[in-house]
Structures are given as C-alpha cells and as structure tokens.
Design a binder for this molecule. Structure first.
Ligand code: ACM
Length: 399
C-alpha cells in the first residue's frame, strides 16, 4: 500500500463524518473541526513539506455505509488513516475494517468504554471522564431517583448500564428506562413524558442522540415541564442540539463533557474565533468538533516525528503524544490508546449557552474498562462543583 499519494506527494487521509441522516447535525461540526485543523496545517506548509489531502465521504449516519466507505478508503483510495465516526454503532462497523487492514481510526466521540483496539485512537471521553462525575454531581444536587431515556442502539444501553451501577452503589434507584428509535419525533416522546410525570424521578439521564434530542427536550417543555422541576442530564446534548431546540427549551438542563464552546481560556477563544471565521458566525462548536480538531493535530505531531504514515511507526509516535487543545493539554495514554481529558459539567443558561458549573484541576487518565473508578473515584477529589443547582424550587408544581 502506498504510504502517501505518489502523484501529489501529499499525505492522504480518509474522513468519515455524516453530512446527512439522523446524527448529521453533530457530525457536521466534527467534519468542520477536522477540516479546520487540516487547513491550518496545510497553510503553515503541511507536515514535513507535504500537504494533508482529505478524502471525504458522507456515510449518512448508517453503520453499513460507514463500513462500505471504510473499505473504499482502505482498498481503493489506499488510505490507512481515517478520522471519523460518531455513533458507537458506526465505530463498531468500521472496527473490523481497520483491524483487517491494519489501518488507524481516530475516533473523536465520547462512548461507553469497554473497548480497546490497537487500530483505534480514542479522543472522546470514556465513562470515567464524564459518567462518574455526572453521577456524583446529580446525586449531590438533586437526589438518587433516576429515570433513563435513550435512543435504541448500543451506546445508550451500555452507558445506562454504567450509570445504573454508579447510582446503585450510592443507594440510588432507577425508576424506569425507555428506548426510542433514532428517528423518533416529538409525538413519540409524549408517552415517556407522561410516565416521567407519573413517577416523579429526581433527575432524567438522557442518552438520546442526534435529531431526536431536540424532539425529546421539546416534548418535555411542551408538557409544561422544565429543569427546575426535574432536570435532564446528558453526555451528548451539545451546542448544535441546543441550536436546533432553542434556548427556552434547553434552559437549565445539564451536560457532562470535556469541552464547551464557552470555556474562558485564551486557547479556546482563539479556536472558536478561527472556527467561526472559517464556517460562519452561527456555526456551533461542540465537544465532538474540538476532539475532531485536536486529534488531527496529534496525528500531525506524530507524523512529523515518524516521517512515515505507516500504521506501526505512526502509532508508536502517537502513544504519549500531547497537544495544547482548546479544553486544556491532552495526552494519548500509551496504556490504552484513549486520551487524558478534562471533565466538566455545564448548565444551559437563558441565552442557550453552556455555563460550566463543575470542573477538574487536571486532566483525568482514561480508564475505559472502569477498573478503578467508581463514584468514590480518586479523580473526583479534584472535581470542583463551583455552582450548586438552583434546584427543587418548583418541584411542588409537579404534584
Ligand atoms: C456514541 O454513540 N458514542 C455517542
């Protein structure tokens, strides 16, 4: 397999983010993050004097399209580095292809953990970098009676299994758990909302993803519910979803993620300004976009050292690789190919912006198999809740 495009002497890489289908709203932001990093590197002269040449396809939010296009990239386009995937079902579809061809998938999305492949670099959060902190925060702030609502595929089932363990360890309970199709619309959530009102949990943990997210939050608001009564907390609801559902519907709900658009550091403000200058003032910057952006820079740093895009040499340079990302300094953990990240929790304000209410003082080592972390995880000692929730005030209105 040629290790770079022989005609142009460029470094050719594959890019698989959906521009159509149920998760296109978030994946377009990941495509933007990827392209921004590639363009920045190319305008600074490329890597070792060669431009990075992205081969971009639209897998339309369908796992089988991801698999077919990964095969196209490895077999026809002769690419061995792929940036892509949002839903875990799509990563699982690409995994056998990259393993069979000894290629490298850079995956910039939070996921359920319990996976390791030498052919994947995981740059989104593992459960010990978002779920553990969120469980702790929600039980401290609201109570221990949880209701789960999710989309019907692997990530919600597995993420709920982890959250259930964390809640039960602290003596909490799961009132019910519901799964809806990925293409569920507002009316589909009505019976779930009725059940929530009937059961009155302390908090809702949502693993609904993609376009259904706005439908769920809207159905919730239309039934007269809001975050003061029972907050919705998520690992996935992001700036692009809020743009879809509107500030009024999103206001007061929570997300746990390593990155939010409004993080007040110079690094992030410059990143957001460059992102907006390139893609438009209204384009949302998400946690997925930030990971998509910094993972290209981690790849470029490794490539600079290896001088060769071959999988083995590149992976050797990637392990332990560091980069000053917009969220803070990140590092690929040589133990497991996941990334040290900065857990945060944010609450949506009345203008539809995430305001960080809890954060860490250092990056947290990824533990994809949750070997040690539990709700009493050592890293929680560094996790500071800065703003307690304006909670419970209106709970009586439900009764
Ligand atoms: C996900 O499916 N990993 C969000």
């Amino acid at each position: 397999m040629p290790r770079h495009s022989e005609r142009t002497q460029s470094w050719r890489v594959g890019v698989l983010f959906s521009q159509t289908g149920v998760t296109s709203v978030i994946e377009k932001t990941q495509l933007n993050g990827t392209l921004l990093a590639i363009e920045e590197l190319n305008s600074a002269g490329g890597v070792l004097g060669r431009q990075i040449e992205p081969v971009i396809y639209d897998p339309a939010s369908e796992p089988y399209r991801f698999r077919d296009l990964a095969l196209q990239l490895t077999n026809v386009d002769k690419v061995n580095v792929i940036f892509g995937c949002y839903m875990s079902s799509t990563r699982k579809a690409v995994l056998p292809v990259v393993e069979r061809h000894n290629a490298l998938l850079f995956y910039p999305t939070l996921y359920e953990g319990f996976e390791f492949s030498p052919n994947v670099i995981y740059t989104g959060a593992a459960p010990n970098q978002n779920s553990v902190q969120l469980a702790h925060f929600l039980m401290e702030s609201f109570g221990k009676r949880f209701y789960f609502v999710g989309s019907n595929y692997i990530y919600p089932y597995e993420s709920n299994r982890i959250m259930r363990d964390l809640v039960r360890q602290s003596g909490g309970e799961i009132i019910d758990e519901r799964y809806l199709p990925l293409d569920a619309v507002e009316e589909d959530f009505e019976s779930v909302v009725v059940d929530i009102v009937k059961n009155q949990p302390d908090v809702i943990f949502s693993t609904v993803v993609g376009q259904a997210t706005a439908h769920f939050y809207r159905a919730y608001a239309r039934a007269g519910l809001n975050s003061d009564m029972i907050p919705i907390a998520s690992l996935t609801t992001n700036e692009a979803d809020i743009r879809e559902m509107g500030a009024e519907v999103a206001c007061g709900h929570y997300t746990s993620a390593p990155y939010f658009e409004g993080i007040e550091t110079e690094e992030n403000e410059c990143f957001v300004a460059r992102f907006r200058a390139r893609f438009g003032a209204d384009e949302p910057v998400t946690s997925g976009a930030e990971a998509a952006y910094f993972q290209v820079h981690l790849f470029a740093e490794a490539l600079k050292k290896s001088g060769d895009i071959g999988t083995e040499v590149l992976r050797n340079e990637l392990m332990g690789g560091e980069y000053s990302a917009p969220q803070g300094r990140v590092r690929i953990d040589p133990d497991n190919g996941h990334t040290y990240l900065w857990p945060r929790i944010a609450r949506v304000d009345a203008n539809g912006r995430f305001v960080v209410v809890a954060t860490t003082s250092s990056a947290v080592k990824p533990d994809p198999y949750l070997v040690s972390p539990q709700v009493n995880d050592w890293s929680l000692r560094q996790f500071k809740i800065m703003q307690t929730a304006p909670h419970m005030a209106n709970r009586s209105k439900l009764k």
